[in-house]
Structure formats: C-alpha cells, structure tokens
Design a protein around this ligand. Structure first.
Ligand code: SAJ
Length: 425
C-alpha cells in the first residue's frame, strides 16, 4: 500500500461498514464514515456503537471516526469503500440502487488516483456492467484515473471467534495495479490471508458461491426434516450420526433461513445467470424449500393443537424469538416475521418476546409471554430460551411446544406432559 494513502472513506456504517471503519482506525488510518442516518452518526461520533456487538462496543470508544452525511469527505480520501446494502425486493429481484447512488456520489466528489472498493455482496458482472460505466460516464478511466476492486464482506454477527480483524478475504480488480494496491491495502487492515482472484468477476462470484453453498445445504436438511417427520425419524440424531464421517458437513433444519446474506445472495446469481440464458434450477429449489419452512412450522403447530383438541384459530400462540439467529438483535429476513404472518392468517392470537429485540416484542418478559400463551414456538435459539427448565413450561400450563430450532430437550418436555414437536424430530 502506497504510504501516502492514509485516509479512508467508508460509505455505509452498518453491520459491514462500521466494523471495517473501527478496524481501519485501530490500524492508524484517518477514517471518514459517510452515512445518511444522522442519529447513527451522532452515536458514532460520541464513541457509542449503534449496533450491539462486542467488537464495536469495546473498540469504538478507542478510535476517532468522523461520521457524517457530507459526501465531500470522499474528496479527502485516498481509499473509498462501499459497504451499502444490496437487498432483494418483494419479488426476490436484486436491488442495486444504493450501489448506483454511492458510485455516482464518488464520481461527484472524485479524488484522482483513488482506490475504490466495493465490499457489498454483488453478482458477477456488477463491477463491469454497473459501477465502471458510471465512472466512465463521468469521464474517469479505470486503471488510469482510479482503481476499482471488489473485496466481498465477510461478517458473521455474534461470532466471537471470527470477525473483521481475522476473517480471510478475497480481492479482485480490473487491473494488475489495482489488484496489487487493493491486496496490500487490506493486508494493512486484516490479520488474515487476502487472496487475489484472477479477475473482478471471480471475486464477485466467491461470496455468492459460499453463501449459496450454505443455502443449498440448509435446504437439503430442511427437505430431509419434512420427510423424516413422516417417517418418525429424529433428524438431529441422524445428522449427529452422519457427522461421524470425515467428509460430512452438518447443517441443521429450522423454521427458516434469515439474515442479510444466505437467503438473499443466491437470487443475485439466479437473476444475472438468467440474463445470460442459464436457469439455476438447483439454487431456486433450495430457496423454495427454505422459504417454505416458516409455513411448515405453522402447519406443525396446527397439527399439534389438533392432537390436544384445540383449534389454531383463536389460540394464544407465544412466539419466542424474533431475531434471525441466536444471541443477536437483527431482524433482517427473519423467519419469525413470516411465522407471525402465517399464524395470523390462520386466526391465531400471536404474542411475541425476544430479549434481544424488546422494541419488537409484544410482551416484556419470558414470564409474561409464558403466562399468557397456550402454545409456543421457539423461533430463535437464544441462550435465554435454551436454558429454560422444562418444569417452567409445565407451571405455565403450556400445552404445545414447536421447537423451530430443535434447541430444547424433547424428552424432558414430554416428561412434563407437554406435546413437543421439532423440525424433523
Ligand atoms: N441456519 C439454518 N441451519 C443451519 C445454519 C443456519 O437454518 O445449519 C439459519 C440460521 O438460523 C439463520 C440463517 O440460516 O436464520 C443464516 O444463518 P448463518 O449462520 O448463515 O448466519 P449469517 O446469515 O449471519 O451468515 C454469516 C455469513 N458469514 C460471513 O460472511 C463471514 C455467512 O457468509 C456465513 O456462511 C455464515 O455466517 C456462517 O457460516 O456462519
């Protein structure tokens, strides 16, 4: 990394941009954060993290990040990194609008010789077909006036072992010089391998591949779970058995696949490949299976209530967990939101509690939701729920438990006279 390149502007201070900004500042860079949410900027400028995450809460107070909504900070920066959301819309179509806006903003505040990096997850082709043309239209030539690289973000919210400081990365660029500068830059920030890719397209394909790989493997066990429910086989036991084989990679069935990565990224490849005449049948089937799990969970609840002669319609169902995964506060694409919709469609009276997202909970405590509920669904395997003594459920006269994360002790719950049904067990 050229020693004169000392200032960085990170566009988007969310789950990806903020940890990167903190880590860059810890490594001695001058860091500007370009963020539209002024509330978030005020917190960050006061050294407070808007995101509940250990790495941020510990390190943000130690560094100086200039968080602002003034795009002129781009001009002051030697490196500009786009960490903006790349969501899908309600028709599962990729939405690159924020990438286009960020790119245009960079061209309007251009600093010749800049290294421009996009970390947001994008499909192969976006750098060449969307981003570079915006620079070209503004009269800037890649490899001459600026360098453009893609270093896909790797963040696992709530993971204490792997975080922005030590997760290996891949990087791709349009030019050899761009690749070398980007690789050297990331090597000054991240204490892990920064793997150069053959071209920017391969770099764009890596994140999509790794997350589609996870999605199809989860879909595999979700389909098996549905089959084993009919066959009376405990899938968790089978997965543990199969895991005794060296090449088996365990994945776990659940009430659904949420988050900003896994249920979203495959659609970026599906749609771009379709535009080139290829139909990703396998990826689409996996998405269909995983998207069916919230409704399947509600069907299990309906069947279980029938067994205790209760209709779903009118029954108070307590939903434990709204976050998309354990021990974090993040609702993006959370299966819980779909489960609520399906329960209400069947006339159930739904109440919710999540200790990590109190603002989205109808009930203030675990005790309160258990007191009011006839039946419950565990939708997120938060530690608070896994530690519940089954006797507590009995004391609150819970009649049915659907364990959407297979995280409770089935036998102990059944011993307390409660009808238990997991996903595939
Ligand atoms: N899930 C299952 N079964 C599984 C694993 C996950 O149903 O076996 C569900 C989770 O409950 C959640 C969703 O899938 O709703 C996504 O879970 P996740 O563990 O994949 O967590 P994410 O979405 O935060 O993904 C992150 C990403 N990590 C990085 O970018 C470094 C993703 O690329 C990783 O593959 C993933 O963590 C991981 O492997 O932990």
């Amino acid at each position: 990394m050229n020693k004169t390149k000392q200032s960085i502007c990170i566009i988007g201070l969310g789950y990806v941009g903020l940890p990167l900004a903190v880590q860059s500042a810890l490594k001695g860079y001058t860091v500007y954060g370009l963020e539209n949410d002024m509330q978030k900027n005020e917190l960050i400028n006061a050294g407070k993290s808007p995101i509940k995450e250990a790495f941020l809460e510990i390190n943000l107070p130690k560094v100086k990040i200039i968080a602002t909504n003034d795009p002129s900070v781009i001009k002051k920066s030697d490196v500009v990194i786009m960490c903006v959301p790349t969501p899908i819309d309600e028709m599962y179509m990729p939405d690159l609008e924020l990438v286009r806006i960020a790119t245009k903003t960079i061209t309007e505040n251009f600093n010749p010789g800049q290294l421009v990096v996009i970390e947001s997850t994008i499909n192969p082709g976006v750098c060449e077909e969307v981003i570079e043309p915006i620079f070209a239209k503004a009269g800037y030539v890649v490899g001459k006036d600026y360098e453009l690289a893609h270093c896909p973000e790797r963040i696992d919210p709530g993971n204490e072992k792997w975080n922005v400081t030590n997760l290996p990365r891949v990087v791709g660029s349009f030019t050899e010089s761009g690749l070398s500068i980007a690789q050297k830059f990331y090597e000054t920030i991240i204490d892990a391998e920064i793997k150069p890719m053959k071209s920017i397209r391969e770099a764009e394909a890596v994140k999509i591949m790794e997350n589609s790989f996870r999605d199809v493997n989860i879909a595999f066990v979700n389909e098996l779970a549905k089959s084993f429910d009919r066959l009376g086989i405990d899938i968790v036991d089978v997965i543990k058995g199969a895991s005794s084989k060296f090449s088996f990679m365990p994945h776990w069935p659940s009430c659904g696949v949420g988050g900003h990565c896994i249920p979203v990224d495959p659609y970026y490849l599906i749609e771009r490949a379709k535009a080139s005449g290829f139909d990703h049948e396998f990826l689409k089937i996996a998405r269909k299976i995983n998207n069916s799990m919230p409704e399947y969970t509600v069907e299990l609840m309906q069947d279980a209530l029938n067994k205790v002669k209760l209709p779903l319609n009118g029954t108070i169902v307590g939903l434990l967990g709204i976050s998309y995964k354990a021990n974090i506060a993040d609702l993006r694409e959370s299966p819980s939101l779909q489960i609520i919709k399906h329960l209400e469609k069947h006339g159930a009276n739904v109440i919710t509690f999540d200790p990590h997202t109190p603002t989205h909970s109808t009930e203030k405590s675990l005790d309160e939701i258990l007191k009011k509920s006839t039946a419950i669904i565990i939708a997120t395997d938060h530690k608070e729920f896994k530690d519940i003594d089954p006797v507590i459920f009995k004391e609150h006269q819970i009649q049915v438990i659907i364990d959407g994360k297979n995280c409770l002790d089935k036998l102990e719950i059944e011993k307390n006279g409660i009808l238990y049904k997991g996903i595939g067990r």
